[in-house]
Ligand binder design. Structure first.
Ligand code: GLC
Length: 486
């Protein structure tokens, strides 16, 4: 029998404690699946001012631990709890100056904050008495952990292996070389740092890619895309250097929590067998949003960070000419927020702009929509389309990254002969408003004129298995191959 692997996952966000995007969902939902496969997996994140200590039953387990960082001694406390509904330990690093604010990401100084966090991850291991076989780092925030492990100062931790997961290659963490001091590093500590520093700054993502044992990203298509100049965000050549250690593993979702049969946040529960009840969720949503309540008109939903990545430029005024309603929920860049508010003001019967972060309303949108829109410019994995299919909404998405890997395209059909066996949505290739409109029109045509086909598309989506089971096994295989190497 192989011994159980010990895995420590380090991330800037973990749901339900603190979340800005899909990263939090992934780090909060993959570990229970790994635990079921026999891993001793534990998590670690910073303790932000916004983490609800009472609700999540955090306990302080160590006080006033002194961390030596850039010639200073900085005191931290360690708190601990478990993931709700799973026996997975979660550690939190409390350090008021760095993490005391409510927001996960500060306006400035993130490189320093997260390098300090990365340093503590290694320094507290003896305190929490955990000696992981593998540290699994997520995104640029923890991308310097492999560097820290490679420097001479840590002979005891030398054999710990690292996995680095890229959730989004566009957030790279560039910073002045000065910041390295925080991690007791300098540009001479490693060859990769020396080289990286030649242009005057350090790129955290580059370090993670070059120094981690294995690199993964969150879909197979995105793994291919980031090795190209279009999607590589200027790191395609760095990615190519590590191509043989790069794997695409599709994210899963928490199928228990996101379950239309049991979800407590939606108006009426339903399943693929009792799909007609879904309509009540639509009528409820239309009323709540002040859109005309009409079960016969198609409702198109979007739940998204309002960022460049998400293709909001393609949501143009022309869409108001289509026979459907739109609801868009999310926050982000001001120009997109404004654009959506203007549309909603001008076409109150067609557009509803919900500029906020609201996890409950998000579920009401998945359950109340007929169509779910994701016109992303790029999309490493995307979770929204999976939630939508789980709730019987039909995705219309751009064929990129994880969207291409999860939505089976209905394609062009001349006749309606036979029902689609696998198709669960509609995909378009060109990043243009007209390509989006074209696809949306095709979807609306099926919605209004081919009800049996439409029903089958929804059922096909609802039957897909988006659980972590398969992907957790793929991670385990990688962990094992790494831990076997010395
Ligand atoms: C990022 C990506 C998104 C992915 C998520 C989790 O937010 O933009 O596509 O689903 O990370 O991996």
């Amino acid at each position: 029998m192989r011994k159980n692997l010990k895995i420590l996952m380090a991330a800037a966000e973990i749901a339900p404690f603190a979340k800005a995007g899909g990263l939090a969902d992934v780090v909060g939902s993959l570990p229970p699946a790994l635990k079921k496969l026999g891993c001793d997996v534990r998590l670690i994140m910073p303790l932000y001012g916004s983490v609800n200590r009472k609700k999540f039953k955090l306990k302080k387990i160590h006080s006033d631990i002194s961390i030596s960082s850039g010639g200073r001694r900085i005191k931290i406390n360690i708190w601990q709890t478990k993931l709700p509904n799973a026996a997975v330990a979660v550690y939190f690093i409390e350090q008021k100056k760095y993490f005391g604010a409510k927001k996960i990401y500060a306006k400035k100084g993130n490189a320093e904050r997260f390098l300090f966090f990365s340093l503590t991850v290694l320094d507290i291991l003896p305190k929490i008495r955990f000696r992981p076989d593998i540290i699994h780092c997520h995104d640029f925030h923890t991308a310097l952990i492999p560097d820290l492990l490679k420097t001479e100062n840590r002979p005891r931790l030398k054999n710990i292996k690292t996995v680095f997961t890229i959730h989004n290659i566009n957030y790279q963490g560039n910073s002045e070389t000065e910041v390295l001091k925080t991690g007791n590093l300098s540009k001479n500590s490693l060859k990769t740092l020396t080289k990286d520093a030649r242009d005057g700054d350090i790129n955290f993502m580059v370090q993670g890619i070059l120094n981690a044992g294995i690199i993964t990203t969150v879909s197979k298509t995105y793994a291919r895309e980031i090795a190209t100049s279009i999607y590589g965000a200027k790191l395609d050549n760095i990615i190519k250097q590590r191509k043989k250690d790069l794997y695409g593993i599709l994210n899963g979702i928490d199928m228990d929590s996101f379950n239309p049969e049991k979800d407590k946040f939606i108006k009426t529960n339903y399943s693929a067998r009792a799909l007609d009840k879904k309509i009540e969720n639509k009528l409820y949503l239309q009323k709540k949003l002040n859109l005309p309540a009409n079960k016969d008109i198609a409702l198109v939903g979007m739940v998204s960070r309002l960022a460049w990545q998400k293709g909001l430029e393609l949501i143009t005024e022309e869409l108001a000419g289509l026979n459907c309603q739109f609801v868009i929920l999310g926050t982000g860049q001001k120009k997109y927020e404004k654009h959506l508010k203007v549309l909603a003001k001008k076409y109150p019967d067609k557009f509803s702009a919900q500029i906020m972060f609201d996890a409950k309303l998000a579920r009401q949108i998945y359950s109340g929509s007929d169509i779910f829109l994701m016109p992303s410019r790029f999309e490493p994995c995307g979770l929204g389309q999976m939630f939508a299919m789980r709730y019987g909404a039909v995705p219309v998405v751009r064929a990129t990254g994880g969207l291409a890997d999860t939505v089976s395209d209905f394609g062009f059909r001349i006749s309606d002969f036979g029902l689609p066996k696998k198709a669960s949505g509609f995909t378009f290739k060109d990043f243009t408003a007209s390509a989006l409109q074209h696809k949306l029109k095709q979807a609306l045509d099926v919605f209004y004129n081919k009800p049996k086909t439409w029903r089958r598309l929804r059922i096909n989506g609802m039957k897909k298995d988006f659980s972590w089971n398969k992907s957790a096994k793929e991670y385990l295989k990688l962990y094992r191959s790494l831990a076997g190497k010395n």
